[in-house]
Write a new protein. Structure first.
Length: 132
C-alpha cells in the first residue's frame, strides 16, 4: 500500500523540530532509482538542479520494519549523486544531510488514502517509493 504525505508541513516541522543527521549517499539506491524510473528527468533539470541543496527527509521504517524511505528529496538525492559522479566521486560513501523522522513523527503527516484517491494523487504518481 502506498503512503501519502503532507510533505510541505512535514518539511516545515522537520526544519523546526527534526533531528538532523548525516546520512551516507547510497549508490545502490541511486542505481535503482535510475533503473526503475523513479526520477522525473524534466523536473530534475528544470527545478531540482536550480535549487540549493537542502536536507532530505527519511522516514524510519516508513516502507516497513527495517525499511527506511526517502519521504522528501528523492530528486535532490539523485542530483547530489550525479554531481558527485561528475566530480569523480562515484561509489564513495559521501555524507548527505538528512532529517531522520521516527514513525511517531512522520505518521502525523500521513494523508488518508480516501483523501489521496479523491484528490487523484495517483494520477501524478508514476514510480514506486524509494527505500533508503
Amino acid at each position: 500500500e502506498h503512503l501519502y504525505f503532507d510533505v510541505y508541513s512535514m518539511k516545515k516541522w522537520a526544519e523546526a523540530y527534526g533531528q538532523q543527521v548525516i546520512s551516507t549517499l547510497c549508490w545502490d539506491r541511486v542505481n535503482r532509482m535510475r533503473e526503475n524510473g523513479a526520477i522525473n528527468h524534466e523536473r530534475l533539470s528544470s527545478h531540482t538542479t536550480q535549487q540549493q541543496m537542502e536536507p532530505i527527509i527519511i522516514g524510519i521504517d516508513a516502507a516497513g520494519p527495517g525499511e527506511d524511505q526517502i519521504l522528501d528529496g528523492s530528486h535532490r538525492f539523485f542530483a547530489y549523486a550525479m554531481a558527485a559522479s561528475a566530480a569523480g566521486y562515484e561509489g564513495a560513501p559521501l555524507p548527505l544531510p538528512a532529517y531522520a523522522l521516527k514513525p511517531e513523527e512522520w505518521r502525523q503527516f500521513l494523508i488518508p488514502g480516501f483523501v489521496a484517491k479523491a484528490m487523484n494523487f495517483d494520477a501524478n504518481y508514476d514510480a514506486p517509493p524509494s527505500k533508503v
